[in-house]
Design a binder for this molecule. Structure first.
Ligand code: DLZ
Length: 166
């Protein structure tokens, strides 16, 4: 489903696992900080609304989205978190830099998810312009930070059911 058809902040609270007792690390990029701060704040608010203690949320800023890989990696390897949310915003410019950063961050965060036992949530907004980023960071289409928080809550309580129990 395209983001245009889904508000990033809407979710069914009855389907979201409680975050009570969970520890969450949030690493966010300073590049495009108008957007990333709004995403970060949305994630924190939604985690707290769903039971995560404020003291169990750790924030770390990195210069740009490319550094999210190292930041998330350090958080994962620390063993201190049940989930890590990586937040950044890459806006397409006139050079291929956009593609390199997006591909690098996607590959780096994907690798962490495969190699370690802590879910790393992909909170990277990739847009063609600033307006599209604003629409996804608390604007018309909701806040991707909220969506990342809900995803983290779900992934921290991932469990396997027998098909017969459904
Ligand atoms: C260099 C760069 C550019 C052009 N654009 C963005 C962007 O839109 N969003 C973002 O988060 N970071 C950008 N960066 C910075 C890189 O992620 C990285 O911090 C630098 O390449 C490191 O020197």
């Amino acid at each position: 489903m395209a983001t245009e058809l889904k508000n990033l902040s809407s979710y069914d609270p009855t389907k979201v696992a409680s975050g009570k007792g969970r520890r969450v690390g949030i690493v966010y990029a300073e590049w495009n900080d108008e957007i990333t701060y709004a995403l970060r704040d949305g994630a924190v608010k939604t985690l707290i609304e769903n039971g995560v203690e404020e003291n169990d949320i750790t924030l770390a800023s990195v210069p740009g989205s490319f550094e999210l890989i190292f930041g998330a990696s350090q958080m994962v390897k620390s063993g201190n978190y049940d989930a890590v949310i990586a937040i950044g915003c890459v806006i397409r410019g006139d050079t291929p830099h956009f593609d390199y950063i997006c591909e690098g961050v996607t590959a780096g965060l994907s690798r962490l998810n495969v190699e370690y036992d802590v879910p790393v949530i992909f909170g990277l907004i990739t847009t063609n312009n600033l307006l599209q980023a604003q629409e996804r960071s608390g604007g018309r289409l909701g806040n991707k930070g909220d969506e990342c928080a809900v995803t983290a809550l779900q992934m921290m309580s991932l469990h396997f059911d027998n098909a017969g129990s459904k």
